[in-house]
Ligand binder design. Sequence first.
Ligand SMILES: Cc1cc2nc3c(=O)[nH]c(=O)nc-3n(C[C@H](O)[C@H](O)[C@H](O)COP(=O)(O)OP(=O)(O)OC[C@H]3O[C@@H](n4cnc5c(N)ncnc54)[C@H](O)[C@@H]3O)c2cc1C
Length: 354
Amino acid sequence: MAEEKKRKPAMGLQPEGEVDWSQYRGILVVVEQRDGIAKKVSWQLLGEARRMADKLQAPLMALVIGHQVRDLVPEAFAYGADQVFLSDAPVLKDYRTRSYSRVCLQVIREYKPEIVLIGATYTGRDLAGAIATHVPTGLTADCTQLDVDEDRLLNATRPAFSEKMVATILCKQFKPQMATARPGVFAALARDDTRSGQVIEIVPQIEESEIGAQVLEFIRERQGVNLEDAEVIVAGGRGVGGPEGFRLLQELADALGGVVGATRPVVESGWIGHEHQIGQTGSTVRSKLYIAAGISGAVQHMVGMQYSEYIVAINKDPEAPIFAGAHYGIVGDLFEVIPALIAAAKARKTAHVS
Ligand SMILES: Cc1cc2nc3c(=O)[nH]c(=O)nc-3n(C[C@H](O)[C@H](O)[C@H](O)COP(=O)(O)OP(=O)(O)OC[C@H]3O[C@@H](n4cnc5c(N)ncnc54)[C@H](O)[C@@H]3O)c2cc1C
């Protein structure tokens, strides 16, 4: 181990001379926000990082970046952070790779976390890649499991070969060890507003003139579908038969206060928009109730919904693999089962009102 500590980084990019990696301590989670509202994945990562920080007996740090985002500091404490770095400035109003990565690098270089975790969102993936090119380390992207071992190594596990295998990747030589993790995979801690800690202000070392990109406008691609935050999802697959079948699913989702999800083939057939897709190449969800109608249960779909609290499968084939991953199974024709569920949900609502 002593020899390991003194080894120089292999890449020419980074610190000249010998580096004492033992100076790196603690876990840093970068909090992603839009318009001052944190992405759920940030709190989910803090929850998982809390467990690992306790195992390492090291501090858990959160980094909040943006403009007028001070309100996120107490939230970061409430979700598990011991220490919060706050970089709040007009130049940081919108996410831009150069400005945000510059702030992250400032914090990494000065405070030396041994692990850095970022949500595997569109923004997080961009940010993590940009940071990793400037520090002497690797980046394990899109993780679905994280742990630390007795050598303080981050065991970053991610699916490989179209989800047919999982690979656990270690970054043995350099620090920080970096990973992005998928939204919806980890659970956030219960919010505890009595928690607090040290706040450290970070003044961004960047001027507007140094940033090549300008954000002119945000156009929301996902109109009205928020799968990642939904508590109830009624998802349909090829068994739904066509776009009309999805109207039936929408009716059930409305009756239960949920949203509609879909498998990839139905999205590719144009039965429903891509923003509804769940699975390896779609969203990862963690709903309280997941109703899978006419879905066979391919692994590429299951990885996106397996962490839901209650999975109810409706399939006319009793051998369908979806039943193995479901808490409740209904063997039957969805065109008979779904109308019965809609009627039951509506009757329940009426009973509550009267
Ligand atoms: C690299 C890669 C990435 C992928 N990414 C994704 C992804 O992100 N998300 C995803 O979903 N898939 C993804 N896939 C595709 C995945 O492998 C499966 O092909 C897909 O999930 C199957 O979709 P399905 O269940 O709708 O269709 P099918 O497998 O055809 O299943 C249809 C099911 O409906 C049942 N059924 C038919 N009629 C009825 C009825 N009237 N009532 C009740 N049940 C009925 C059938 O018994 C059957 O089980 C990916 C594949 C690859 C190779």
